[in-house]
Write a protein that binds this ligand. Sequence first.
Ligand code: HEM
Length: 455
Amino acid sequence: MAEAPRLAMSRLEAVRLLRRDPIGLLERAADLGDVVRVRVPRLDLFVINHPDLVWDVLATDSRAFSKGPTMQAAKRVLGESLLTSEGEYHRRQRRLIQPLFRNERIVGFAPTIRELGERAGNRWVDREVIDVREEMARLTLGIVARTLFGSGIDEAETVRIAGALTDVLDQFDRVFSPLLPITERLPIPSTRRFRRAREVFDETVYGLIAERRASSADGDDLLSRLIRAQDLGPGMTDQQVRDEAVTIFLAGHETTSNALTWTWLLLSEHPDVEARFHERLDDEAFVRAALHEAMRLYPPAWAIGRRALSEHVADGVRIPAGAVVIVSPWLLHHDPRWWADPVSFRPERWIDDGEAARRHAYLPFGGGPRMCIGEGFAELEASVLLSTIGRTWRFEHDPAHRVELQPVVTLRPRNGMPMRAHCAPRGTSDPLDPKDPPGSETLSEHVPRPTSDGR
Ligand code: HEM
């Protein structure tokens, strides 16, 4: 059996790079082949980067893998939920919850999404610089709060939940620290804050669950639907409902807000596409194409981890049980083998080109039995927000602000995304509109290391 090529660097260097520039590390690995071994202390890591081999891991042989160490650590916040659980438990939860996310059940959320999008837009002032990342985060948080908990909760409670959740979110990266088992026991301020935030959040969610259980009304919010979800056996316990609700809250918020932020950035960098976007706001296919193209270039879930439960063979290479496998939508989406002119932002490729060629080379929502359950919800939410906001606003990126990637759990822009809001969409009278706007054509100036063509 073949040996995987190894990234030629010391374990210490690999750890440093993994912390400082994990996407750079993945790209260096991918330059060596489709199955590459990276030695890091306490971790036997394999990077797999071919659509067919990736599909084996996520789908065909999915039962031979568990979630990676990140998701195992996330149990501290999320408990046993769809995102973190394994095996039969996961399959039952998925069966129970999947019907809640069917298209015909989620389209009913569109008016709420539109209303909250319009309300956000009403707060902005023409030509003022806003942090688009922060605005999109606040908006998607509000939307997940409303769709999950319904309009029944009052403003004060929404603020309380959002505050507690933000505190939990702020601490989320800490959850993945190898020092957590130690710091968690110390009565240091950050630990106290974390515990307190979790308590406030749990208290509120358990309170809402108790209210729903006591009420005879058939609420249409996701929490009520989770409580009612049943297959052959009994429904979920309060704790299971809590774990799923917290997971949906977390998983459904930051990913979508990042997808929106990157879409606004790309539109502002490509005035020709931006103009077509504003002309074709009623054309759902075009709006979705712009979103798909933005998620191709900036996949919010940039890496997906798994742990091999037994030996796995990928392209003739032996991957031992216990090894961690990373598959990366970032790598697949920028690979010139699957995409013509991979770094250019061209929504039309989603309309003009056939789908077949990119089989499994486009995986913003993952694949197989652990594929994102919220895909339909996220696409509905993002496309409704893009067209609602796009009717009144466009955003101009300040070229002096350097866009940097911050690949944490999701792919965020480091230091936010300051952009100037313009009330009139391009094409209507907007005196400050530069005649010949800068920032054309390709992404390359923003992508720290564009994929090399030589692969
Ligand atoms: C643009 C937005 C989104 C992106 C890019 C995204 C991406 C992903 C990916 C890649 C996975 C698979 C992870 C893995 O295989 O380890 C996943 C799983 C999941 N996502 Fe999303 N997601 C998005 C929005 C949402 C929304 C809106 C919700 C809920 C309302 C959601 C809920 C979940 C849940 C519960 C799982 C776990 C599914 C399971 O393992 O059965 N996501 N997401």
